[in-house]
Design a protein around this ligand. Structure first.
Ligand SMILES: Cc1cc2nc3c(=O)[nH]c(=O)nc-3n(C[C@H](O)[C@H](O)[C@H](O)COP(=O)(O)OP(=O)(O)OC[C@H]3O[C@@H](n4cnc5c(N)ncnc54)[C@H](O)[C@@H]3O)c2cc1C
Length: 311
């Protein structure tokens, strides 16, 4: 069977796209390998109607809704994509499937600071985004790590909105965190305490974290925010393989898309974190919905051209 659209990746972006396409009576297949970015988190925030519930529950609900309208979802890892007779062939670890159009929504990978104890706590007491996790620890002490002076100053001031006890650790082994006098003055004015790093290890329980600095000082905090110390890597191997044009952004090199997710390769669109590292869940879901409508429009035109040829 040839699908109208194959959606690569069944996170918020991919599932919302599949829902819109299935509701528009397009045949749609979602291929997903079960590794959404926010899987380590127990609760999600900032998503109207789902606040405080689990990321897994959001996706399970989404999969049910897609299937209710006849959409197909398979657990499979996509290995590659090639041109087919009338579209694309997608190779995955269970075989090969074909489609007229592709929507890539494979998300991104977070590269964490290489600090002992940190990776095990990712998504629980080591977190990146105050909008996602800040409400869980509001008013409690937090620490902040960042890669650059600008990011450090920004994150330190930002976290003050959620806590009046913010400690910014400057300097860890890949940073160059020489804050300017003006930045230090602004942080001080807002009551952000700046201490010298680097951080040598982190430890702690389910709801608190001990941040050990070189020299032995231990900061006892509720959370360590590392949003400014992450490196984002888009999971865009398929888009690379297809030769999609890229663009340099402040967050690195990403495949270039227009407002409807169109890449430079006809028939291939992308949505969510794979092309937009700043998109949270609801923005990713919205991008999926809007890209799906653009794909449907494209298919309406193609169907019309074919019908005219048959007259
Ligand atoms: C710890 C943590 C907590 C977060 N909490 C929140 C929050 O509370 N609120 C919020 O708004 N945002 C939160 N976020 C951000 C949120 O995770 C992203 O905005 C969102 O996941 C982006 O959706 P997406 O669909 O683009 O990507 P993803 O959700 O990452 O989905 C991509 C999907 O593609 C699949 N995939 C990738 N490659 C392949 C392949 N080769 N073959 C098959 N499938 C593949 C993956 O399995 C995955 O399911 C959090 C992020 C992190 C790291």
């Amino acid at each position: 069977m040839e699908f109208d659209v194959i959606v690569l990746g069944g996170g918020a972006a991919g599932l919302n796209a599949a829902l819109v396409l299935a509701q528009a009576r397009r045949s749609v297949l979602v291929l997903d390998d079960g590794t959404p970015r926010n899987a380590p988190a127990a609760h999600l925030h900032g998503y109207l109607g789902f606040d405080g519930r689990s990321p897994a529950e959001l996706l399970a609900t989404g999969r049910d809704e897609v299937r209710r309208y006849g959409g197909h979802i398979e657990h499979a890892r996509v290995r590659g994509v090639r041109a087919g007779d009338d579209g694309f062939v997608v190779d995955h670890d269970g075989g090969a499937v074909t489609a007229r159009r592709l929507l890539v929504a494979t998300g991104l990978a977070d590269e964490l600071p290489d600090i002992p104890g940190l990776a095990q706590r990712w998504g629980s007491t080591v977190v990146h985004c105050p909008y996602c996790h800040g409400s869980e620890v509001q008013g409690r002490p937090v620490a902040v790590l960042a890669n650059t002076p600008d990011m450090a100053a920004h994150q330190g001031l930002l976290l003050r909105q959620w806590s009046d006890d913010v400690t910014l650790v400057r300097g860890w082994d890949r940073t160059e965190t020489d804050l300017t006098g003006e930045q230090l003055e602004r942080l001080e004015a807002r009551g952000v305490v700046v201490v010298d790093g680097p951080v040598v290890s982190v430890a702690g329980g389910a709801d608190d974290i001990e941040v050990t600095l070189a020299g032995g000082r231990v900061l006892e905090r509720a959370r360590l925010f590392v949003g400014g110390a992450l490196v984002f890597t888009p999971r865009d191997a398929v888009l690379r393989q297809l030769g999609c044009a890229r663009t340099d952004t402040p967050a690195g090199s990403y495949v270039a898309v227009d407002a409807q997710g169109a890449t430079s390769v006809p028939g291939v669109r992308a949505a969510g974190n794979v092309v937009d590292p700043m998109a949270n869940l609801i923005v990713s879901a919205a991008a999926g919905a809007s890209v799906a409508a653009a794909l449907n429009r494209e298919l309406v035109e193609a169907d019309c051209r074919e019908a005219l040829q048959l007259l």
